[in-house]
Ligand binder design. Structure first.
Ligand SMILES: Cc1cc2nc3c(=O)[nH]c(=O)nc-3n(C[C@H](O)[C@H](O)[C@H](O)COP(=O)(O)O)c2cc1C
Length: 201
């Protein structure tokens, strides 16, 4: 789902990265719901879900294994992005290895004019089996975003998947839905501020 643009105006791009493999992944469904809200606010969206990210090579495992076609597409999408959503399940007090590996691939952006996540708002979504893990994983993702020079949004979405599961259509309850709306709104607001910044030589 993508918003409509005025003639000659390129819509901001929001890229979603994360989730777990499988259609029942709560994290994945949260990410898709948030991207849909960002699209409703007038952005284009691209998504790399858990199924896709599970086929990324382990970054840094060997000198030659870092690239495949998907790795190049992930890096290229983030390069073009105005804002990013990173969604992870909480695993053992942090983000999942699958999501961390996807983030590690962003090392390929180190020599860009806008290196890593520079200049991009980054929203974080976590689902975990308990509140403690959800909070800890949120912090772990924000640490990585800071290391990559990104701008974590003030608001993050944490969901306790033992209590707040989506229905068969992937819809969450009003509270979760409202939280995803706030996150999408903060991403779009940041993009607007950046686009409206005065010219600096
Ligand atoms: C390897 C692994 C480690 C996990 N560690 C924790 C944990 O430390 N604390 C917790 O509350 N839930 C933990 N969980 C549960 C997941 O965070 C929870 O089920 C999450 O909602 C899964 O998201 P998904 O449906 O997108 O895969 C773990 C699950 C797995 C598979």
């Amino acid at each position: 789902m993508n918003g409509e643009s005025a003639p000659g105006v390129e819509l901001p791009l929001v890229v979603g990265l994360g989730g777990s493999p499988g259609t029942s992944s709560v994290t994945n469904q949260l990410m898709l719901a948030c991207l849909a809200k960002a699209a409703d606010l007038g952005t284009r969206t691209e998504v790399f879900s858990g199924d896709e990210l599970s086929t990324l090579p382990i970054y840094g495992a060997t000198a030659t294994s870092a690239h495949n076609d998907l790795a190049d597409r992930v890096v290229d999408a983030v390069r073009r992005a105005d804002a990013v959503i990173i969604a992870t399940p909480g695993y053992h007090g942090g983000m999942s290895g699958l999501v961390k590996n996807a983030i590690d691939h962003l090392e390929e952006l180190r020599t860009d004019d806008r290196p890593y996540l520079d200049g991009r708002a980054v929203g974080v979504i976590v689902s975990a089996g308990g509140w403690q893990a959800a909070g800890a994983a949120l912090v772990s993702v924000r640490s990585a975003i800071h290391a990559l020079r990104g701008w974590p949004t003030p608001f993050g979405v944490t969901v306790n998947s033992a209590e707040q599961r989506p229905d068969e259509h992937g819809h969450f309850d009003e509270r979760v839905d409202g939280a995803l709306g706030i996150l999408a709104g903060q991403l779009v607001e940041f993009v607007g501020w950046r686009r409206g910044a005065w010219p600096r030589s």
